[in-house]
Design a protein around this ligand. Structure first.
Ligand SMILES: Nc1nc2c(c(=O)[nH]1)N[C@H]1C(S)=C(S)[C@@H](COP(=O)(O)OP(=O)(O)OC[C@H]3O[C@@H](n4cnc5c(=O)[nH]c(N)nc54)[C@H](O)[C@@H]3O)O[C@H]1N2
Ligand SMILES: Nc1nc2c(c(=O)[nH]1)N[C@H]1C(S)=C(S)[C@@H](COP(=O)(O)OP(=O)(O)OC[C@H]3O[C@@H](n4cnc5c(=O)[nH]c(N)nc54)[C@H](O)[C@@H]3O)O[C@H]1N2
Ligand SMILES: [Mo]
Length: 771
């Protein structure tokens, strides 16, 4: 594939998306089967798309898949299998040098494997021996807290519930999960404000909003079905305001493949009526500015005895903390707001006016907001804005953290949580007649630290790619390799499987698209989307499953070998997943009558206390939190560590990837083709550094511990990005993220604000000139 940087002039979606979907279908060698898969995606009788966590509408016959959903489905439903010969032929030392794309491209894993240090290869092992090995290692630990149990967000509710039951029965709350790197800050802030960590809107609300504010999110690539909602809103005349450090095409213009006329005319719809490009980490300042602008107008109104622009009735009845917050807003001057946001007062005032003119406003956000040092405070600023304007608990208004993995929200609901609530533990203990551990467990960063310190000795990953998704790759890999045992339950081979402990297992599992037969009966599982809708998912692909087992069967197998079956009959749950749902009904009141409810078309809504004004805080009021604007978005002053100019780096996703799974090397909407080791940089910054477009550079991370974190061979490309900010792809740039650089109160790695220096890779230039 040739490397190329171009300008992308078209709208997002449209013919390009259809062509790309077709290309992926054709490439996958399974055309007929895959088209059927797509038709079954997110339909009532199919499987939930293993792509993002956006919700589904109820329109029957509506094609509920998108280009990137198609890639996710194809990637999983491939008929390609990794043979045992492959592992006999390739030593780990060789595999470790291959790209992630190559590893996953080998196809689905189909038999359990155990690492043989002598030959440096993975060799087949029987399921029973694998379970025995895990049981032996777990049972010989000094304490259950010496094991780490990671979960990625594709795991079904049933598998997640069984997993947490097993782990708590074993005796620990060490549940690191992908949430810790994703929307943790949203959960923390929403919990502080309302006592509950989920968003407050439903999909239908997008049809009623007069204005939708989208902060730090790239739906064109990561939640393409959200563009349908934005597209419809824009056609209705609703205002869409985007805050994004980059001009993302999907937020600018979109052509819906559902609109035949627009497609025929090669037309498109403008999505954002106002598009602001703050600096990295500048959203809190920008939103504070919006409130400051509103406050000024409100004071003028008061002088003239006009109606307040804030919802005073709502605030008086439902909120606490207004005075302290207003004081904070008054104490924050425009100079600080403009400097930190990188936006002008005028731009911010424009955004404020759109908010003020709208009766119903939704605010959505994703990783551009949650992966900073001050993410919790930033989300409070969004919450405060909505509280002050009474934008909660009514149609077309509210707060919408747009989740990532398709069941990350459900996994949390099921108890994948290192800090479970006392009420949940009590109920779980009562239903299963045991005393669950109360001590909080490790989150992702704490798990890495504990393995690095050799306190934790066993790592079990239920899905995901821990080594590649976490920060500080070198440290994380060292942490994993110091373990006595590492275990990965996975569909495809990835980097994490190659970073082995003294002993290591890969356990191949069924994916969501596969038919899952137990005792001859096809099983359903359930998932929860970003809008708290729970629905069933049933695989449709009659795959050649080899020795694969379902996640549920694998967890039950490990549990039985480790704990025996006297207290809990684990095998009983494998035969019929409805039995797990019955238990979930007993532990979680919102899941009462679970097995019946999932027969409803479209699933069922878990409800939201916030939307009904039932605040779950100690004072039973919503909390307006008053955080000061941080002096800096970084935790230290880079100038004290280097004489070189420093930049703030964000790491983000391309259009052709799903987290650490790289489908292809293109990023169509950004005009980047055939390569991923690129650094997007402002033209003026390139010139100031004496560099040129397409020069090779070395990136060095700055952090007070002065550990050498460096990447070379990156290509600088001119990009429309604020001065002083740069961008590179995740996971390639993860070695630059210091383990200790985490969000306040969330412990989420600051993946969107890493201080780095950029210097010319002269070694590389020398090689080039010799050629
Ligand atoms: N196809 C596909 N779908 C996915 C995923 C995938 O990898 N591929 N991943 C899934 C997962 S787990 C998640 S969490 C979501 C992620 O969905 P996103 O949050 O959209 O993912 P990122 O690529 O990290 O994009 C962050 C966006 O925020 C902007 N941004 C970064 N920093 C800032 C900032 O400080 N302020 C503002 N205003 N903007 C900023 C970036 O320019 C970028 O547009 O998508 C989910 N869906
Ligand atoms: N630098 C940087 N790092 C980041 C981020 C960032 O924006 N920047 N984003 C963070 C975010 S938001 C997230 S959510 C995490 C994601 O972190 P993870 O969830 O750990 O990573 P994924 O890449 O989604 O995991 C992919 C692997 O999951 C396995 N898999 C796929 N489907 C299934 C299944 O059905 N069952 C099982 N058992 N396994 C399956 C496959 O083997 C595949 O290789 O990464 C975080 N890391
Ligand atoms: Mo995520």
């Amino acid at each position: 594939m040739s490397k190329k940087i171009t300008q992308y002039h078209n709208a997002a979606g449209g013919w390009g998306a259809l062509a790309s979907t077709a290309k992926h279908l054709i490439k996958s060698e399974n055309i007929a089967k895959n088209i059927r898969n797509l038709l079954n995606t997110n339909q009532d009788k199919g499987f939930d798309c293993p792509g993002c966590a956006w919700g589904d509408n109820d329109e029957v016959g509506h094609f509920k898949f998108c280009e990137n959903g198609a890639k996710a489905v194809n990637w999983e439903a491939t008929s390609k299998r990794v043979s045992s010969d492959f592992f006999a032929q390739h030593k780990l030392s060789w595999l470790k040098q291959q790209e992630g794309h190559y590893l996953e491209s080998q196809g689905r894993l189909q038999q359990p494997l155990s690492y043989d240090a002598h030959s440096d290869c993975y060799l087949p092992i029987s399921w029973e021996d694998a379970f025995e090995l895990i049981a032996k290692e777990l049972n010989q630990l000094d304490s259950p807290d010496q094991a780490e149990f990671y979960t990625s967000g594709r795991t079904s509710n049933e598998a997640a519930f069984l997993y947490q039951l097993f782990v708590r029965k074993f005796g620990t709350n060490n549940f690191s999960d992908c949430s810790n790197m994703c929307h943790e800050a949203s959960g923390v802030a929403l919990n502080q404000a309302f006592g509950i960590g989920a968003g407050t809107v439903q999909l239908l609300d997008f049809d009623y909003a007069d204005a939708i504010f989208v902060f730090g999110q790239n739906p064109g690539s990561n939640h393409p079905r959200m563009l349908d909602s934005l597209y419809k809103a824009s056609h209705r005349g609703a205002h869409i305001v985007s805050f994004n450090t980059l001009k993302e095409r999907g937020l600018e213009r979109f052509s819906s493949p559902q609109n035949a006329l627009e497609m025929l005319k090669n037309g498109s719809t403008t999505i954002s009526s106002l598009y602001l490009t703050p600096k990295l980490g500048g959203d809190m300042a920008a939103i504070r500015g919006m409130v400051k602008a509103m406050l000024a107008i409100d004071r003028q109104h008061k002088e003239k005895q006009q109606k307040s622009v804030f919802d005073e009735g709502f605030i008086a009845q439902h909120c606490e903390g207004l005075e302290r917050y207003i004081q904070q807003v008054d104490d924050t001057d425009w100079e600080a707001i403009e400097a930190q946001s990188g936006l002008s007062r005028l731009q911010i005032e424009q955004a404020a006016l759109i908010h003020l003119k709208a009766k119903r406003v939704i605010c959505t956000w994703a990783m551009g907001v949650t992966q900073h040092k001050h993410s919790v405070a930033t989300i409070h600023e969004i919450i405060n804005l909505q509280l002050l304007r009474g934008q909660l608990g009514k149609h077309g208004a509210g707060l919408c953290p747009v989740r990532g993995h398709s069941n990350v929200q459900g996994d949390r609901t099921m108890g994948i949580n290192e800090k479970p609530s006392a009420a949940f533990l009590k109920k779980l203990g009562r239903v299963f007649d045991f005393l669950p551990p109360k001590q909080p467990g490790h989150n992702t960063v704490q798990a890495i630290r504990a393995m690095l310190n050799k306190e934790s000795k066993v790592f079990i990953g239920l899905g995901g790619n821990f080594a590649a998704a976490t920060p500080d790759t070198q440290q994380t890999e060292q942490a994993l390799s110091q373990c006595a045992l590492t275990v990965h339950v996975a569909t495809k081979l990835n980097r994490s499987h190659l970073v082995t402990g003294k002993k290591a297992l890969i356990l191949p599992c069924l994916g969501r698209t596969d038919i899952d037969l137990q005792a001859g009966v096809p099983q359903r599982v359930t998932v929860e989307d970003s809008f708290s809708m729970v629905h069933a998912s049933e695989g449709v692909v009659p795959s050649d499953i080899g020795e694969m087992r379902s996640e549920i069967a694998i967890i039950a197998g490990i549990a039985q070998a480790t704990l025996g079956s006297e207290a809990i009959d684990w095998a009983y749950f494998i035969e019929d997943y409805g039995r797990i749902r019955d238990k979930i009904s007993q532990v979680l009141p919102k899941f009462k009558d679970f097995n019946n409810k999932i027969n409803q078309a479209g699933g069922f809504y878990l409800g939201n206390f916030v939307a009904q004004y039932h605040w779950q805080t100690p004072s039973a009021k919503a909390q307006i939190m008053a955080y000061p604007l941080p002096e800096s978005i970084l935790a230290f002053t880079p100038d004290e560590l280097t004489d070189q100019p420093s930049f703030v780096l964000q790491t983000l996703r391309s259009h052709d990837q799903y987290n650490t799974t790289i489908y292809g090397m293109d990023d169509r909407y950004r005009g980047i083709h055939g390569q991923r080791k690129v650094l997007m940089m402002n033209k003026q910054d390139i010139e100031t550094l004496g560099l040129m477009h397409l020069d090779k550079v070395i990136l060095t991370s700055l952090w007070p511990d002065k550990i050498n974190r460096q990447l070379s061979g990156f290509t600088v490309i001119e990009y429309e990005i604020p001065l002083g900010n740069v961008a590179a792809y995740y996971p390639e740039a993860n070695p630059l993220v210091p383990l200790e650089s985490v969000g306040e109160l969330s412990d989420t790695p600051t993946y969107k604000s890493i201080a780095i220096t950029v210097v010319k890779d002269s070694a590389r230039i020398r090689v080039n000139t010799q050629v």
